[in-house]
Design a protein around this ligand. Sequence first.
Ligand code: AHM
Ligand code: MG
Length: 326
Amino acid sequence: MQKGKSLATFLQETTSPDLSRMLLSIAESTKALSHAVRNIGMLNLSGSTGETNVQGETVQKLDDFSNNIIMDLCKASGVCAGYLSEENEDMVTLSPEGRFIVSVDPLDGSANIDIAAPVGTIFSIIPRVTAPGPVTHADFLQQGDKVIAAGYAIYGSSTILVFSTGEGLHMFSLNSDDNHYYKTHTHVSIPSNGKIYSLNQGNLSKFETVSQQFIEWCIAHDKPTSRPYSLRYIGAMVADMHRTFIKGGVFLYPAAIGEKKGKLRLLYECIPMAYLTEQAGGRAINGSQRILEIMPTELHERCAIIIGCRDMVGKYMEFAGAEVNA
Ligand code: AHM
Ligand code: MG
C-alpha cells in the first residue's frame, strides 16, 4: 500500500481538537472491530446472544460486542455527550459536559457475519443543542443538515475508514503492519452517472409503483445509456454504498406497500450515508424529499432511501414527478 498521511496527522491539520478527538476515538473502535471480525472464530463471537434488539431483530454476539466497544471509546473521548445505537433502546448520556452527539449502527449487515462477507460501522456526529447534563431527545432529533461529521468503516477484503467533516469525502486504509489508518484518497467524488443498480429485487412486487417503474427502466435495453444496468446487492448497506462511491450507481431501499418508511434507520444509516453522498457530489432522497432535510421524530425511525449518482437519482425523481430540492 502506498502510505499517505496518518489519520491523526490529517485530523490535526483539518479539524478542531475536540472533533479530532471524537473521530480518533471512533476510528480506534473500528480497529478493534476489524480485528474481531477477522478473528471471529477464535474469539467465540459467532452466533447470536439469544436476545432481540429494539428493532425486533436477533442480536448477534458481534453486534453486542461492537456496540460495547464503540460506546466505551466514545465515553473515554470525554467529548461525547450522548450516544445512540441500533442496539440500545434509548439514548445514553456519556459525558454530560461533552459537545457531541453520536448515532451509530455498530455492525451494519450483521447477517453477513456467518458467511464471511463484508460488514461495517456507520456513524454520524451532530452538535449537542441542550445545556450540560443528561442528554435529551432534542439533542438527537436534528435534521441531517446539522451533521458536522459522518462516516463508516468497512471490514471487507481490507478495512477502510471513509468520512467527511464537511469538506469532501476522505478514505483511509488500515495498515495491518502497524494498525494505523493512512490516507488513500481525499475529496472522493461519486461519478455523476453509473451502470449499477442495487436493491433487494425479491421485494419488487411490494415496492411502490414508482420504484417498480424505475427498475423496469434500469433493466430495459437502450444502447446510448448502456442499459440494461447490472444488479449488485451485497446485503450490507455499508458495502453496497462503498461500491457506489467507487464505481457509481444507485442504491435503493424504497418504500413498500404497508411500509411507507422502508427498512433502514434514519439517524444512523440514512442520514450519515446521505451526508457522505452529498459531500461526494451525489444525491439522497426518500422518494419525495432530500434526506438531509427530514426532521426526525423518533430515535429509531425508519426511512425509505434512493441514493447515489446524481443523474440516476435524478431519473428516479423524474418517475416520481417529485420536485425535490436535491
Ligand atoms: P442491520 O443494520 O441490522 O444489519 O440491517 C440493515 C441491513 C442493511 O445493511 C442492508 O442494506 C439491509 O439491511 C438488507 O436488508 P434485506 O435483507 O431486506 O435486503
Ligand atoms: Mg444497518
